[in-house]
Design a protein around this ligand. Structure first.
Ligand code: FEO
Length: 394
């Protein structure tokens, strides 16, 4: 029934789209949905690469059945065990009891833990190969991109890299599967957001994986999320390379918390000064309105960050506190940092923002501004100077 997209000779896309889930990992918004990609190679042996979220197993298994056209499934390659890709393994095994599951030692530990499966396994190590007929597959480990068992599979025949989550993006596939067949506009920022939210902490492992894979000729890049990349592979690799090196573009993210608008006025003044002094890329986030997912994306995207908030219960404004924790977990490096804050009777926020900058080892730019109650002329000027200093430093 299904007219499945053949992305290369006898390699079919059998993934699914999820436009129902509001939050990926129950945390990260999905305004454009998300796809769970899976690929079936129909050769002398039949090989499935990864599965999909269990919520979509029914349609997924029907697609596989159609593509197999009466044949059985010989192998399942498990590049990644996170349940958005491994969720359908148990059902798949019930339908194809003889399928051999290919993974590494760590894969099998998780396979037992999540699904109680411990038989019919074929363990592979770094660089191992498998001939399935016309296609010649090889396996490379990519630990901590972003789980420890992650590996990638390379088809040397058609130069396809099945890359697990690496090079993935939020955004469902709305009809087309290949990058050249669709409007890609919204995927680029969604790719940054996916990286910042999901993979962000693991810059070094991503760099190691990029170096390891740099020797492979890749004509088709098949991630577990988002379009199948061909023409735009260099653009995708460039984004992942920049993000994993924590290399920000020229621009400033201003994140602020404000209960009654006094701290917000400080943020407005800094932004106006940045613009007056020539900065074009300025992104402002009211931390109580913007979801942290988007703030993190912009902090990964741009090289300068200015954060401000009021003192609350002699602490940081809680929403800012929560954001700082998310930034710290991701070990975001090499940012230019400005900060400001306010208080009504006793100041604590600015001190704590200073401690945060120190812990992150970020370069402090300009003089921090601390304001008591409403914005007055001298603090207005100080905010203006902070904006000017950052504009000059970028
Ligand atoms: Fe898309 Fe790490 O799972």
């Amino acid at each position: 029934m299904y007219k499945l997209k053949e992305i290369a000779d006898k390699v079919y896309y059998v993934g699914v789209n999820d436009r129902q889930k509001a939050l990926f990992e129950n945390m990260w918004p999905l305004p454009y949905g998300v796809s769970y990609n899976s690929y079936l190679i129909v050769d002398e042996k039949t090989v499935l690469v990864d599965t999909v979220d269990v919520c979509y197993s029914d349609i997924f298994l029907k697609k596989i059945e159609d593509a197999l056209a009466g044949r059985t499934l010989d192998y399942l390659i498990v590049n990644h065990m996170e349940p958005d890709h491994s969720g359908s393994i148990r059902l798949l095994r019930q339908l194809y009891p003889d399928v051999q599951i290919i993974g590494n030692k760590r894969t099998f530990d998780m396979l037992e833990g999540f699904h109680g499966i411990h038989t019919g396994l074929l363990e592979v190590k770094e660089g191992d190969t498998l001939s399935i007929g016309h296609h010649q597959l090889s396996f490379y480990l990519a630990p901590m991109v972003h789980w420890p068992e992650v590996m990638v599979t390379y088809d040397a025949t058609d130069k396809i890299l099945f890359s697990a989550d690496a090079f993935g993006t939020f955004g469902s596939l709305d009809g087309a599967v290949m990058d050249v067949d669709m409007n890609l506009d919204h995927y680029w920022d969604e790719m940054r957001r996916y990286y910042a939210n999901i993979v962000g902490k693991y810059g070094n492992p991503v760099q190691k994986a990029l170096q390891k894979l740099s020797g492979l000729e890749i004509k088709t890049l098949c991630s577990t999320h988002g379009p199948v990349w061909t023409k735009y592979i260099p653009d995708v690799i460039k984004i992942y390379d920049e993000l994993s090196r924590y290399e920000g573009q020229d621009g400033v993210v201003i994140v602020y918390g404000s209960m009654y608008g006094n701290t917000e006025q400080m943020a407005e003044t800094i932004a106006a000064s940045l613009a007056e002094h020539g900065v074009k890329n300025i992104v402002m986030h009211n931390v109580s309105k913007s979801h942290a997912s988007y703030i993190l994306k912009d902090i990964f995207k741009y090289k300068a960050v200015i954060i401000g908030c009021p003192t609350y219960c002699n602490q940081l404004y809680p929403e800012i506190d929560s954001l700082l924790q998310k930034i710290e977990i991701r070990e975001v490096k090499n940012r230019l940092f400005g900060y400001f804050g306010s208080f009504s009777w006793a100041g604590a926020a600015v001190k704590r923002l200073a401690a945060f900058g120190e812990k992150m080892n970020w370069e402090v730019v300009g003089t921090p501004v601390e304001q008591k109650q409403g914005l007055k002329q001298d603090k207005y000027e100080a905010c203006w100077e902070l904006g000017k200093a950052m504009a000059e430093r970028i």
